[in-house]
Design a protein around this ligand. Structure first.
Ligand code: C2E
Ligand code: MG
Ligand code: MG
Ligand code: MG
Length: 285
């Protein structure tokens, strides 16, 4: 009886696994098709210097324009792409597309401009990442210093030696490195000195309650002070209101990004801002 029950459970478990595997295969195929059919798009969200409001960079954010389904946001397919391995060709497409776009803008005189590109965990662990990027930048004759790669704390903390090696080779290339969603992971500020990092992106969860939470103001203030003492620049993400903006300016945060300032937008829209050397009216004196 018990044996019988056990066997059924095993079968259930296995068929559950199969459903999951089949689903992942299906999604993997769909993502593959999406890439081949040019259904992936990059949108660009402006990054502003808080002292004078100058638009000095953009972050590339991927969207899947799936026929009949509209725009699908990365939260709904990046984790699946990561699980199926499709993140590698997708990540390659993102890197190439963002770098080509920047190259075109710079050739059109729309620079100087920095292009921030998110790397996935698998991409970051992929051997040869630095060589691939070096080759791409060489082909495009793009100044590596205009590229900023965003990685998360968890990517640094697991297999730390490999992470340090990868970051060192990327740093030698001349590309910049930013820690995304900073403050949500397990890294301590003390670790930062081990890594060649140019920028911290304070996670939006700390920005959200800046008005109401004295603790969040203190955390943000300490991150900024410590980063600056290590010659690391700071950008705040998720700025949604005037209060947050004022508070961050007062705390000497270098840059900001968020819906209050500008949303992620398609190429044609961001080009309008770049053409007019846009400075945000809410900033500067
Ligand atoms: P992230 O890199 O931290 O990107 C910031 C996310 O916050 C973006 O969401 C952006 O649209 C959103 N955001 C910007 N301003 C505000 C604001 O004021 N308030 C709020 N609530 N949100 C704001 P998105 O585009 O949905 O991307 C979500 C995440 O997906 C990204 O977080 C990143 O981890 C991942 N992702 C996006 N594009 C790529 C990519 O090209 N490659 C990889 N590997 N991951 C990507
Ligand atoms: Mg990011
Ligand atoms: Mg982030
Ligand atoms: Mg995030």
């Amino acid at each position: 009886q018990a044996k019988e029950k056990g066997r059924n459970q095993v079968q259930l478990f296995e068929s559950g696994m199969n459903i999951r595997a089949v689903n992942l295969m299906k999604i993997s195929g769909e993502l593959h098709q999406a890439l081949e059919k040019n259904q992936m798009e990059l949108h660009y969200q402006p990054q502003f210097r808080l002292s004078d409001g100058k638009l000095i960079g953009v972050e590339a954010l991927v969207r899947w324009n799936k026929p009949g389904a509209g725009l699908i946001y990365p939260g709904d397919f990046i984790p699946l792409a990561e699980q199926t391995g499709m993140i590698l060709p997708l990540g390659q497409w993102i890197l190439t597309t963002a770098c080509r776009q920047l190259q075109r803008w710079l050739a059109d005189g729309l620079g100087p401009l920095r292009m921030a590109i998110n790397l996935s965990a698998r991409q970051f662990r992929q051997p040869g990442l630095a060589q691939d990027i070096a080759r791409l930048l060489g082909e495009l004759k793009l100044d590596p210093r205009s590229i900023e790669l965003e990685i998360t704390e968890s990517m640094l903390m697991e297999e730390m030696e490999m992470a340090v090696a990868t970051m060192t080779s990327l740093n030698r290339l001349g590309v910049k490195l930013a820690i995304d969603d900073f403050g949500t992971g397990y890294s301590s500020l003390a670790y930062l000195k081990r890594f060649p990092i140019h920028r911290l992106k304070i996670d939006k969860s700390f920005i959200k309650d800046l008005a109401r939470q004295a603790e969040d103001r203190a955390i943000v203030g300490s991150i900024i002070t410590l980063a600056h003492s290590m010659k690391i620049a700071v950008i705040a993400e998720g700025i949604e209101d005037e209060y947050q903006l004022q508070q961050l300016s007062r705390q000497a945060c270098d840059e900001g990004q968020g819906y209050l300032l500008a949303r992620p937008m398609p190429v044609a829209e961001i080009e309008q801002l770049l053409r007019q050397d846009f400075h945000h009216p809410a900033l500067g004196s």
